[in-house]
Design a protein around this ligand. Sequence first.
Ligand SMILES: [Zn+2]
Length: 182
Amino acid sequence: MIFEPDDIARLQRITKRGKDHLQAPERQDWARRCSSDLQEHVPWVWSERRQAWIQKTCMSAMVLTDAAGVEHRMVMASARGVIPKEVMPYLKAWGATVVPKDGERKHAEIRGVDYVEEIGGTLHAIGAGLDVCDPCDDRVRSKGIRPSTLTQRDRAANRGTIAGLTPGYRTPDQGPKKGPRK
Ligand SMILES: [Zn+2]
């Protein structure tokens, strides 16, 4: 088979693009580790209402390919999308860019999925520093993937497996469960 110069250039472009891309498990891993790491740098503030220290911003990270098939690793924040200044220094280390401002108030994951849809891209992996809520989980699943990080549903399901909290389960000191006599 004889390759024309155009074919060779095209193959080289495809090969290069492939080399720049992460494999599927790496995309999941990147989204999980990046969002978790960035979340660690979000400052804690005291909430009078909740009487607890809270993080007001949720950080999310995603891997997407745009309409041309080029991979991007991007991060977004919740609420109005402002990245806390304490988090900014870590973006470069993760090789991540920030999703453009949209002037809206929404969850970080929703902001990410909205952006992917807006540019006609494909979402491959997305994670968040806080548990992914049900509406965000649903939205991510509508893209054919599952969040790369723990969801509130996961946490609720996990709680159900802890002895004593599972409906119908009794610990040994609660005595044997009485069933119908046979
Ligand atoms: Zn959410």
